[in-house]
Design a binder for this molecule. Structure first.
Ligand code: TPP
Ligand code: SF4
Ligand code: MG
Length: 286
């Protein structure tokens, strides 16, 4: 039997005590342990991270991992998936990583509907570089780069992903760990681009625990039709960063569509092809 403990590594954890990243780590280990106990070979998992506090997660999970560069988790995942579509590829980014430096890669992965699971540790701050604002920081956020308060409106990643073509779009909260595990499992099971924005308080530079605890509410498929794009966008717009609003967490949108690798590779597995056989495939599409 695989327990979450069995997929720990020897690396010393350097996150601050109280960091929301711990719940995401616990959740992914639990989901992978469950998959393993159902007969899934964990050697078929490839986990990719960007740069930031979130990125250290790849040091703490004993599967194949790849520490990429800032904002480039989607291209790294795409390369892995296209080389070997038999792999289950899971990415972790921060809000700066995914919505700042890497936003164009995020949009194009969703547009292509490549079969990846992408988990964003959205603490709404640059954690590792000690507290600068990000695209999801609130208006007026006072950080190292905005000492007078950020004048910008934050972006809504859920709306962005639905508009970009992602076929699975969810939001979780690191303080609701059971639901977070269910969301991660559903995202992995979904065939296509699966995106989860996880509200993850940064205890040291932007402590939002109480803010979220007072406002988040879970919704299920019984209360919301996730196949309805208009309903999904309406639900995504419920939290527009205004006072008094509640914050929905759950699966906003989920539909089926052909994946990029199905269309491109049509069952071929490039790592198992000889250079002679892969050439015509590449020449046809590139
Ligand atoms: C191309 C590039 N730009 C800037 C940096 C510096 N840098 C390292 S981590 C980081 C912020 C990470 O913030 P986020 O993605 O939100 O992750 P967190 O630390 O909050 O988990 C920045 C700007 C870098 N490493 N590479
Ligand atoms: S700086 Fe923030 S995000 Fe980074 S480990 Fe500490 S609490 Fe977590
Ligand atoms: Mg961050």
């Amino acid at each position: 039997m695989t327990t979450p403990k069995k997929i720990e590594t020897y690396a010393v954890n350097t996150w601050c005590p109280g960091c929301g990243n711990f719940s995401i780590l616990t959740s992914i280990r639990k989901v992978l342990a469950n998959l393993s106990n159902e007969g899934f070979d964990l050697h078929r998992v490839a986990m990719v991270s960007g740069i930031g506090c979130h990125a250290k997660i790849v040091d703490y999970v004993d599967v194949n991992t790849f520490y990429s560069i800032h904002g480039r988790v989607p291209p790294a995942m795409t390369g892995i998936k296209l080389a070997n579509p038999d792999l289950t590829v899971i990415g972790h980014s921060g809000d700066g990583d995914a919505y700042g430096e890497g936003v164009e890669h995020l949009i194009f992965s969703a547009k292509r509907n490549i079969d990846l699971t992408y988990i964003i540790h959205n603490n709404r701050v640059y954690g590792l570089t000690t507290g600068q604002f990000t695209p999801t920081s609130p208006t007026g956020f006072k950080g190292r780069s905005t000492p007078m308060g950020s004048p910008e409106e934050p972006l809504n990643p859920i709306e962005l992903m639905i508009a970009s073509g992602a076929t699975f779009v969810a939001r979780g909260f690191s303080g609701k760990i059971k639901q977070l595990q269910d969301l991660i499992r559903a995202a992995i099971d979904h065939k296509g681009f699966s995106f989860i924005d996880v509200l993850q308080p940064c205890y040291t530079f932007y402590d939002t625990y109480n803010f979220y605890r007072e406002r988040v509410y879970e919704f299920t498929g019984q209360e919301h039709d996730a196949s309805d794009r208009t309903a999904a966008l309406a639900k995504a717009g419920e939290w527009a960063y205004r006072e008094g609003e509640r914050i929905p967490i759950g699966i906003f949108y989920q539909v089926e569509r052909a994946t990029y690798e199905e269309t491109l590779l049509r069952g071929r597995i490039p790592v198992k092809l000889s250079p002679k056989d892969i050439r015509p495939v590449l020449e046809k599409h590139i």
